[in-house]
Write a protein that binds this ligand. Structure first.
Ligand code: PLP
Length: 441
């Protein structure tokens, strides 16, 4: 159903779902069950031995989650997906599916603050080292590789810099060494497809644009099915050495044999990581996210078009020192938005309000329609001051490396009418500086 279809169609009809096989219900039903009755003991044994695929237990799979997984995989152009309880769990699983103690991976410096904490502190305590590369020069990734480097990691459209990541350039470097590129595409669903540019895995916080209504936390890993996990067995031991926890399975070898598809990464994440670490997405939350997913292509168009109008307005405003948006970067970095952002340049905008921290705070407090929240990708317009909130656990050095200056305000432009968005920005900017400031034409 999904092959050659457009995102608007996939979002509504994708995921091998036409109607519920048990009831013929058209809307995806919510399967609130922990377990599934086996036909007989052979059936149960075959499911556990992966000789047959089917439902065992909701920590590992669920029919509602299954539709969501297949639809997100289809939207990204991947082969399979695994949902987890949050975007943060998705990032954790993404790394733990390829790295074990003593291994390292190379990540872009342009990252969500929560991911920096995970990579710099928590994974380090587990013996997994993150090496940071500045993505302005893709060759920085190559310089940090050694024989225990297992993957590259980056975000498509990371704030605060909003520099579009050089996906093909870095993925090409990785593929020379059998190192997969894992892309967090949370900020750019539908508008960028990292797998088409060589990424091997896509990670999403479904909490943001895909859920889209600020109601549900969730995450997802998408296996692109385009990476050979067995090409260099020493590079990817978790896919080539026998797994003592699963009857000696060599995941890179056995999964294609059993399924006929190159989905070893997704299957290992499901049957090893979800089995052992837990953190599944609750079916209720999967159902909630499906409601958002069905309209995400439509919403992304409106998010992007509204953001462009807001950028044009903010650039001319005399109370704004600087506007950050993917298309405003000069040179090669600006060119990357043309190369990779095929459906628009996203909803996120950064601004430096004239007058530093105090003016930034005043601006946020004066917004009447925008919500002041730690979130992005809601249908409503949102604003936050990262230095004192989302990035507040970072050191001053880490803040600067992440590009979070004291006066920086992040906007996530919603799908309201653009005139109303601009009117709210205008009145709040007026309040942030001298009285009765107006946008200058
Ligand atoms: N990745 C990005 C780019 C994010 O912005 C976030 C959250 O803000 C996450 C991952 C983590 O997602 P979640 O909040 O669903 O755990």
């Amino acid at each position: 159903m999904s092959k050659n279809k457009h995102p608007e169609t996939i979002a509504l009809h994708g995921g091998d779902y036409r109607s519920d096989p048990a009831t013929t219900a058209v809307a995806v039903p919510l399967y609130r069950t922990t377990s599934y009755q086996f036909n007989d003991t052979d059936h149960a044994a075959n499911l556990f031995a992966l000789k047959e695929f089917g439902n065992i237990y909701t920590r590992i799979m669920n029919p509602t989650n299954d539709v969501l997984e297949k639809r997100v995989a289809a939207l990204e152009g991947g082969l399979a997906a695994v949902t987890v309880g949050s975007g943060q769990a998705a990032s954790t699983f993404a790394i733990m599916n390829v790295c074990q103690s003593g291994d390292n991976f190379v990540s872009s410096t342009d990252l969500y603050g929560g991911t920096v904490n995970l990579f710099t502190h928590t994974l380090k305590k587990l013996g997994i080292e993150c090496r940071y590369a500045d993505p302005s020069d893709p060759s920085n990734f190559e310089k940090l590789i050694d024989d225990r480097t297992r993957c590259f990691y980056a975000e498509t459209l990371p704030n605060p810099y909003l520099r579009v990541f050089p996906i093909k350039e870095v993925s090409d470097i990785g593929r020379k060494y059998s190192i997969p590129l894992i892309m967090d595409n949370t900020a750019a669903p539908v508008i960028c497809k990292p797998l088409e540019h060589g990424a091997a895995v896509v990670v999403h916080s479904l909490t943001k644009f895909i859920g889209g209504h600020g109601t549900v936390i969730g995450g997802c890993l998408v296996d692109g099915g385009n990476f050979d996990w067995t090409k260099d067995p020493k590079r990817q031991p978790l896919f080539n050495e026998p797994d003592a926890s699963y009857g000696g399975a060599q995941w890179g070898v056995v999964v294609p044999q059993l399924t006929g598809a190159n989905v070893s990464y997704a299957v290992r994440a499901r049957v090893v990581l979800l089995r052992d670490l837990g953190a599944p997405l609750a079916p209720d939350n999967a159902w909630g996210i499906i409601q958002g997913l069905e309209t995400v292509p439509l919403r992304m168009k409106q998010h992007c078009s509204n953001a462009e109008k807001a950028v044009a307005f903010l650039q001319k405003h005399k109370n704004v020192d600087r506007v950050i948006y993917p298309t405003l970067h000069k040179g090669e970095i600006g060119e990357r938005s043309k190369k990779y952002m095929k459906g628009g340049n996203g909803a996120l905008i950064g601004i430096e309000v004239k007058g530093g921290v105090e003016a930034g705070k005043k601006f946020i407090e004066s917004l009447k329609m925008f919500y002041h929240v730690a979130n992005i990708g809601d249908a409503r317009s949102l604003a936050i001051h990262p230095a004192t909130t989302t990035h507040s656990q970072l050191t001053e050095e880490e803040l600067l490396a992440a590009g979070v200056t004291p006066g920086y305000v992040r906007l996530s432009i919603g799908i309201e009418h653009p005139d109303d968005i601009i009117a709210d920005l205008d009145q709040a900017l007026g309040a942030s500086g001298k009285p009765s400031l107006k946008a200058v034409s």
